[in-house]
Design a protein around this ligand. Sequence first.
Ligand code: HEM
Length: 442
Amino acid sequence: MLVTAKPLGPKNPWLAYAALYRDPLGYLIRAARKHGDVVHLKIGRKSDFLLNHPDLVRAALLDHENLRRCVNRPLRWLFGTGLLTCRSERHKQQRALLQPMFSRERIVSLGDVMVAQTMRWANRWRDGATVDMAEEMMELAMSITAKALFNVDLSCKSAELRNTLATLLQATRFKNLIVTSKQFEKLSLPFHRRFARAAEKLDSEICAMIAERKKGACDDPDLLSTMLRLRRQSRIGLTDQQIRDQILTFFTVGHETTATGMMWTWYLLSENREVAKRLYSEVDHVLGDRLPSGRDCDRLRYTRMVFAESMRLYPPIWMMTRRAVRDMKINGLVIRNGSYVHLSPFVMHRDPRYFPDPERFDPDRWTPEAAATRPKFSYFPFGGGPLQCIGEGFAWTQAILVISTLARGWQMRVVPGHRIELDPHITLRSRYGMPMILERRK
Ligand code: HEM
């Protein structure tokens, strides 16, 4: 797709920014419908582009030379030189170092840990009880990530750590980004002090984890031991600070995203009983009386389609932003140095050109035949190109195994009358949580 005409945008950009601040998701959808494949917002020399065509998204995601990933200040501060926040050569080096940890065989082999953690979790559930599925999925995903990636058991600390992380992630909420900007940071408001205290607490937990592991032989196959072993064996390894940054990155990004995706899946299954029936029937048919393992993921096809469709409607990462580091063009569209380029899976996944009747939850959109009719970057929950999510395989495996393990024994219903409203944090959350009533199936 070639764009040559001057891109259109709202007449009054100040009003547009105000509307974006009030209701980012609603505004983005409306702007895309009104202005088309490229929405251009310009105030003075500052330009923002929202790209809404798969070809443009593809071109932007693949161009790591001219477009750099923008991560908001609180996250940069938190993750330091971790994979999500480091740049250029260092990113290339660290990605190459860490990639082997996410090979298909390794992820399949982690399946048993994922299922065991899920069973431990579900053993605490009681028939007829009401739980907040947003919290449940966060804490479960946190304990799976800690055990599978770092071989650390966090089950007894997960609620406390979750609270600490919740304080930190408050700062990344779209509406709080002004308070965390450079100008406001100097004021040292209570908000900033809470953030600093929580960061210190998390830091000390992680440093204790590294110190503990350094005492041992470091020959476990998990990510932490591998990073420490690489350091012992070679000069290209990571320093303590870099290991801390990677752990915090993987730990936070790894659980928050998958947990959000799973929470929305339970919500959608509760609202679409026919789809839920098909999912239970697949789980019963494929697994019978046994627990799933990593090798079952390929056979749990409908479960995979349900999770794919759930990430279409509620992509955990709802927006990715890049900044142009020199004047450049994307398919003919002129982007000046310093401009911001935004790509929103939330907007693209609701585009009726690729997903007719976009609000309808329909996992059959993900049969191989149906998926093959759509352009690749009409769906990009994991991004693409050199910065594509390194944990994608881990996330699919975890989601399919958690959903199928829980669906073996339980069905969940959203508490009647509960208000559902989207809350765009770093991930796409539910503003009032997700209280659900548990019903035992077998
Ligand atoms: C459903 C779950 C997940 C979703 C939707 C998701 C989504 C994404 C997206 C969209 C990006 C690219 C952001 C950009 O281009 O600016 C990304 C990057 C990343 N993700 Fe995920 N993610 C998920 C799960 C995970 C898991 C389980 C892990 C770790 C085990 C993980 C670790 C990372 C890391 C480290 C990066 C940065 C990669 C790099 O720059 O090389 N993610 N993720």
